[in-house]
Design a protein around this ligand. Structure first.
Ligand code: URA
Length: 241
C-alpha cells in the first residue's frame, strides 16, 4: 500500500550532525511546550513533546497523552505505556533506544479522540521530529497514529502487518497498546508487529552496511585509478620491458 503523498523529507544530503539535530529537537520541544495552535493547550497541564535519543533507529508514534502523561510531561508512562514497554523488551527493542511521541502533543479532555484539526495543527511538529531523528523504522500505535503520520485516512486493517515505505522510513502500523486493556488477545498481535519492526530494522541495517561497503570499495577503486600505477607495478613493468 502506497501513501498518497510523500511528505517525509528523505535525508537532505546536507551534513547535519547529531549535535545540530539534537538542538533542532530541543527547539521543537520548546515550541510544543509553548504551543497555542489548537484548543488543547487551554486544558493541558503539560504538553508532551516526546523523548528518546537523537539517533534512535526506531520512532514510536502514539495517539495523544493521557492523564499520567499530562501530569508528568512524558509520553507513555501510564498503563498503556507499561504494556508497550514489555512488548518492546520482548522483541529486543529496548525503550531507551527508541524515540517516543504522539500525533497530538496535548491531552484531549477526558481522553477523547483527537479531532482532525488538532491532528493537523500538531502534524508539523511530528514531521520535524522525524526529520531530526532520521529513524529507520516508525511504529504507529492505532489508527489515529497511522492517519496522523500519513496525513490522510487509510484502512487500518489493510495497513497492519506490513512495512510501508515513506520517505526512506519504513512504517510498521500496529494496534494501540491501550486496546490490550479491553482485549488481551491483541497483545500477541502487537508483539507480532513489533517483531516485524525488529526484523525490518535488522535487514535495513544489513542493507545499509552492504551499501556502505560497496561505496567504500568503489571509491577505493576510483582513488587507486586516480593515483595511477603503484611503485611495485611500475617496477615490474620496467623489468618486463
Ligand atoms: N496513549 C498514547 O497514545 N500516548 C501516550 O503517551 C499515552 C497513552
Amino acid at each position: 500500500m502506497k501513501p498518497r503523498r510523500n511528505e517525509l523529507a528523505p535525508p537532505s544530503g546536507a551534513m547535519v550532525g547529531p549535535e545540530e539535530r539534537r538542538e533542532i529537537l530541543e527547539k521543537i520541544a520548546t515550541a510544543v511546550r509553548g504551543c497555542t495552535r489548537c484548543r488543547l493547550h487551554a486544558t493541558r497541564i503539560h504538553a508532551v513533546p516526546g523523548e528518546g535519543p537523537i539517533d534512535a533507529p526506531v520512532f514510536v508514534i502514539g495517539e495523544a497523552p493521557g492523564r499520567d502523561e499530562d501530569a508528568s510531561g512524558r509520553p507513555f508512562v501510564g498503563a498503556a505505556g507499561k504494556i508497550f514497554d514489555k512488548g518492546l523488551q520482548a522483541v529486543g527493542l529496548p525503550r531507551e533506544e527508541t524515540y517516543i511521541t504522539n500525533v497530538v502533543k496535548c491531552r484531549p479532555p477526558a481522553n477523547r479522540a483527537p479531532k482532525a484539526d488538532e491532528i493537523a495543527s500538531c502534524r508539523p511538529y511530528l514531521l520535524a521530529q522525524i526529520e531530526a531523528v532520521r529513524p529507520k523504522v516508525a511504529i504507529t500505535l492505532g489508527a489515529t497514529a497511522l492517519r496522523g503520520l500519513l496525513g490522510h485516512p487509510v484502512p487500518f486493517k489493510e495497513a497492519r502487518g506490513q512495512a510501508i515505505e515513506l520517505g526512506g522510513v519504513l512504517v510498521v502500523p500496529t494496534y494501540h497498546p491501550a486496546a490490550v486493556l479491553y482485549n488481551r488477545r491483541l497483545e500477541v498481535e502487537i508483539r507480532r508487529d513489533l517483531r516485524l519492526a525488529a526484523r525490518v530494522l535488522i535487514s535495513g541495517r544489513a542493507r545499509h552496511i552492504a551499501d556502505r561497503h560497496r561505496r567504500d570499495k568503489r571509491s577505493h577503486r576510483v582513488n587507486a585509478r586516480r593515483r595511477g600505477p603503484s611503485q611495485g607495478a611500475k617496477r615490474s613493468a620496467r623489468r618486463s620491458r
